[in-house]
Design a binder for this molecule. Structure first.
Ligand code: AGP
Length: 592
């Protein structure tokens, strides 16, 4: 079984195609490839191995084309090799085809073509389709496809593009699955819905003997005789999506539960040596972390670790602010851009600005092949897998993993630190069984209109993150604040109606945080604390106590964030809100 995807529209095609292939990787991954229309040229890139190999081969390549097709292969004809990887082209490389299924009569077609002088470069059945379409082409791709499909026998789904018609993709379905995704000024073809789900839920499911002719402006469907067919556009029913949610009510909850795997896979991906950085942090005068939202919060935590383990002064700046300040950036600086999507426009522009100033750029991204991935000098990939819920959860803890790995990368006790990090997934696992306890807490507080989240040191960014999670999916106002700053203003907010979430693991600022809790209590505030199991002192002080397993100080953020993610989730879910796609928000902010 293979996965195919096609795109034509207003965006750069490559990251969408690679993201789609990632979500189709379960359909097979012995090789992968893309074909793009770049100006008046057809560009084909393909690699043996997982999609990650293809993406690595694409690093730094400035492909901007807005039409393309992609393929992830599970070999049927021809062993896994670059030659046999899709897409396949005609001899002049003017037509490219990706295919899922089997053309049963390919041998006789191949022989016929060879008699006509065609030189085959692969052992696949698919290559036959590319040569046949090229030989049938007389100015209209649909006519050529109609002529060819009636020569093919077997079960197949394929997509084809040509340099002669740069904003068009044609898909054919006969026996193997193929859906059309309907976007705004863009349209998709894919073997399966998950590939296009982050971009649209409006789909047309093609039937056997049907052809989809897609352009950015629209989609036309025909039968194999060329007769137009009217098809309904359906909104992907949530029960299909729930199949993708493997039984969870929302993607966000599923992704919260995937965090042990996301952290573990990221550790394995980073220590496998795949992404060894060719420099030590100590070579730089300063490290400037640039990010937005949750990624910014990860950066604030990363700052503590980087300064602790490398001694290099580190600043964390909102990308949207960085671009308009007069930051004295120079080639002695390392710019660290954190972005799970790799497409956030503010972060992307900040990377470009820093490069113009001669600074080295290192990205931490989750979407391989994304713009920030390709435009940065170096990248550390998180391996959290696709995150569909708008609210970032598993990509956050995966970012923390990459940041801890980076911070300790130039430390003499690197191996010891990494082995500490490897304890984290199982610690998070134990936490996830406590969801019911948090669900009942959500029931109590779901009608509140204001929350305050407090923390010190490593727990301050977690306070910010917990507040962001709540406000972005429940629309309840929530503010994260340094606990030590409370007395400089926010304490005026405290009364018997104000739930105050305080993150208080037994770390270097524990006693100070306890006294902040006392201050809240004396003003009748309701304290929901997050702390170590067995901490009776904290439990006695709190109205509600969310326990996490004890862990060394450095790594507490991996754990203390989880109850806050669950609290936000259960409040929003109980309010009956669209947890995965909250109002006014997008998973990737590609506008300024
Ligand atoms: C976090 O839950 C939000 N989805 C949002 O703040 C997000 O973190 C921000 O837009 C940055 O996205 P990025 O990591 O893809 O750059």
């Amino acid at each position: 079984m293979c996965g195919i995807i096609g795109y034509t529209g207003k965006e750069t095609a490559l990251p969408l195609i690679l993201g789609g292939l990632e979500r189709l990787e379960y359909r097979g991954y012995d090789s992968a490839g893309v074909a793009l229309i770049e100006g008046n040229k057809l560009v084909v890139e393909k690699q043996v191995g997982k999609i990650r190999e293809l993406v690595k081969s694409l690093w730094g390549k400035p492909y901007k084309g807005k039409t393309g097709i992609g393929h992830t292969r599970w070999a049927t004809h021809g062993e896994p090799s670059t030659e046999n990887a899709h897409p396949h082209t005609d001899e002049k490389e003017e037509f490219a085809v990706v295919h899922n299924g089997i053309v049963e009569n390919y041998l006789e077609l191949r022989k016929e073509l060879q008699k006509q002088g065609v030189k085959f470069r692969s052992a696949t059945d698919t290559e036959v389709i590319a040569h046949l379409i090229a030989r049938s082409y007389r100015g209209d791709l649909l006519d050529a496809v109609l002529e060819v499909v009636n020569k093919l026998k077997g079960a197949f789904a394929f997509a084809v593009i040509t340099v002669h018609e740069p904003n068009r993709v044609i898909g054919v379905k006969q026996g193997s699955p193929l859906v059309v995704g309907i976007g705004e000024g863009e349209n998709f073809l894919a073997s399966d819905i998950p590939a296009i789900l982050p971009y649209t839920r409006k789909v047309i499911t093609l039937g056997d003997g049907e052809i989809a002719d897609i352009t950015p402006e629209g989609v036309n469907i025909y039968d194999f005789e060329g007769n137009p067919i009217t098809k309904d556009i359906t909104l992907v029913p949530w029960d299909i999506i729930s199949a993708e949610k493997s039984g969870f009510k929302h993607f966000m909850l599923k992704e919260i539960y995937e965090q042990p795997k996301a952290v573990g896979d990221t550790i394995r991906g980073l220590i496998s040596g795949e992404e060894e950085l060719p420099f030590s942090l100590k070579e730089f005068r300063r490290i400037l972390v640039i990010a937005c939202g949750t990624s910014y919060h990860a950066g604030l935590i990363g700052k503590f670790w980087i300064e602790k383990y490398s001694g290099v002064p580190t600043e964390v700046v909102y990308a949207s602010e960085f671009r308009y300040g007069d930051f004295p950036v120079s080639e002695e600086d390392l710019i660290l851009a954190i972005s799970q999507s790799g497409e956030t426009i503010d972060t992307k522009f900040a990377v470009n600005y820093a490069k113009e100033k001669g600074a080295k750029t290192l990205a931490i991204v989750n979407v391989v092949g994304s713009s920030i991935d390709r435009e940065s000098d170096y990248t550390l990939h998180t391996h959290a897998g696709p995150e569909i819920g708008v609210a970032a959860t598993k990509t956050f803890t995966a970012q923390l993993t990459a940041l801890y790995y980076l911070a300790s990368s130039s430390h003499p006790q690197r191996e010891k630190l990494t082995s500490e990090l490897m304890k984290v997934p199982s610690k998070i696992e134990t936490l996830l069984d406590k969801s019911e306890e948090i669900e009942s807490l959500a029931q109590k507080f779901m009608k509140k209109r204001d929350f305050l989240y407090l923390g010190r040191y490593l727990s301050y960014p977690i306070a910010l993150e917990g507040a962001l999670k709540l406000k972005e999916i429940s629309y309840i106002h929530a503010e994260g604040y340094p606990a030590g700053e409370m007395k400089h203003g926010p304490i005026a907010l405290i009364d018997e109606n104000m739930p105050v979430v305080v993150i208080a693991p037994q770390d270097r600022v524990y006693e100070k945080t306890l006294s902040n809790i006392e201050e809240v209590k004396t003003r009748k505030g309701i304290v929901i604390s997050v702390g170590f199991e067995g901490d009776q002192k904290l439990e006695k002080l709190s109205d509600y106590f969310l326990k996490v397993p004890p862990l060394e100080e450095d790594l507490t953020p991996f754990l203390t964030v989880v109850p806050l993610q669950l609290l936000a989730y259960h409040i929003a879910s109980k309010l009956g809100l669209d947890v995965d796609q909250p109002r006014n928000l997008a998973k990737t902010v590609t506008v300024e």
